[in-house]
Write a protein that binds this ligand. Structure first.
Ligand code: FMN
Length: 311
């Protein structure tokens, strides 16, 4: 499949593995790119030299293009960009901040940039500063979501109508049905996070994977609506943060709690904060990254053909 998004990514399929902080490192990104998708190393929380090492690791495992994600508000955003340029990364995704801060250097170095947005307004701003595409994320998604909690089904067509650059849909996509639906809404690519969490290659704990497999449609919640909204699997830790947030705790107090629970054992399903999207309720099998991508590509053709027969 070739379209404007595969052209920007240099990938076979317009399927991006969403960056996941301290999870999607070089090995994971390489596995996705090697299977024809576009793997992304999360730079969030990494020291510069570790980021460089992960880029080199990915390069040693695949000759195909992969990217890095840079949360723009982080103090080391510019350093991460320079490392990407030095290491020959051609396409980056950016999130959480003003894309105007990085765009000049990105263009000067000849990189391509897709910026994550959660509203039409943010998408228009990203287009105006010159990003190559936007990744529009709905509130179903795992990890940080937009404050306005706009769902993918309504966000994508409105963003598509408002801008001319390509739109990648994210949030709630976990199989070929979601992919075809996103394209019906006008998206030209998809980004998935949670589906890639439940893969053999993903280095999260077995407890986190098991919680995704057992999840129902209503097993996630947005933990901190008033602070930095984040979608996680419901457990004791998630409920504690929600209670703090609703009772007016400051962001510093919530951060202190998050910091405390970040030290609990990885397999502690009650007290470990486990990000995942609502799509968890549809994921019933741990697959390899290659199986995820191959099955989606095969099924998407069938779903699209069946739609053709119905309409
Ligand atoms: C555990 C986790 C960590 C994430 N970390 C980041 C991150 O560092 N940067 C970013 O732009 N998005 C991050 N995201 C969002 C994903 O890249 C992706 O957009 C989202 O998971 C898509 O929704 P889905 O989970 O429904 O597929 C994270 C998501 C999860 C589940």
């Amino acid at each position: 499949m070739q379209n404007r998004v595969t052209e920007i990514l240099g990938a076979e399929y317009p399927i991006i593995q969403g960056a996941m902080r301290l999870i999607t490192m070089g090995e994971m990104a390489a596995a996705v790119s090697q299977s024809g998708g576009f793997g992304v190393i999360a730079s969030s929380g990494l020291e510069g030299e570790r980021l460089r090492a992960e880029i080199r690791k990915a390069r040693s495992l695949t000759g195909k293009p992969f990217g890095i994600n840079i949360p723009i508000y982080r103090p080391n955003a510019l350093e991460a960009l320079e490392i990407a340029i030095e290491e020959g990364v051609k396409t980056i995704t950016t999130s959480a901040g003003d894309p105007g801060k990085l765009i000049q250097r990105v263009k000067e170095a000849g990189l391509r940039m897709l910026h994550v947005v959660a509203t039409v307004e943010m998408a228009k701003k990203a287009e105006a500063v010159g990003t190559d595409a936007v990744i529009a994320i709905g509130a179903e998604g795992g990890g940080h979501v937009g404050r306005d909690e706009i769902t993918t089904l309504v966000l994508i067509p409105q963003v598509v109508d408002a801008i001319k650059i390509p739109v990648v849909a994210a949030g709630g996509i976990g199989d070929a049905r979601g992919w075809v639906a996103a394209f019906a809404l006008g998206a030209e690519g998809i980004q998935m996070g949670t589906r890639f969490l439940a893969t053999k290659e993903c280095p999260i704990s077995e407890a986190h994977k098991q919680a995704i497999l057992e999840a129902k449609d209503n097993s996630t919640l947005i933990a901190a609506r008033k602070g930095y909204p984040i979608r996680v699997l419901k457990n004791k830790a998630a409920m504690a943060i929600r209670t703090m947030d609703e009772s007016g705790a400051s962001q510093d107090e919530i951060n202190a709690y998050v910091d405390k629970i970040s030290r609990v054992a990885e397999n502690d399903r009650d007290n470990k904060l486990m990000s995942a999207g609502q799509v968890s309720g549809m994921i019933r099998k741990i697959m390899s990254v290659d199986e995820v991508i191959r099955s989606m590509v095969a099924d998407a053709k069938i779903v699209a053909q069946n739609l053709g027969k119905t309409f």
